[in-house]
Design a protein. Sequence first.
Length: 153
Amino acid sequence: MKLGDDYERATPARILLVEDSPSDQELTREAFAEVRLVNAIDVVETGEEALDFLYRRGSYGAAARPDVILLDLNLPGLDGREVLATIKGDEDLKRIPVIVLTTSDDEHDIYRSYGMHANCYITKPVDFRKFIAAMEILQTFWLNLVKLPPNRH
């Protein structure tokens, strides 16, 4: 029995992946498939799209509210740091866990992200096997073990 096996959610948590790199999007999807992640995953490529999705603006008017956000910091235009600050500064959105998933291992980025109330910070492993292992841990902890706030929207 693996950690989290007794904590399966009644309905799988929805994930919003905010990632501008098509290759990193595909890598994340492949890693999730490898660990048999059954969660619904919505993908947006820019900070502006992320906020439109979360606020249900424009073409995202019918978007389902995510239970967890995977956020890259290095986005074109409105970057992930600004998106994180907006989410955690909004009374309605701040309870959604934000997992920073980025290539940056810069101490300033880590310190700043936690200062803006990121729920955790993961530097993307370059090696695919290590990335799969990280996604398996993420799945076990954030999607099976942790009690997420009720999705009220």
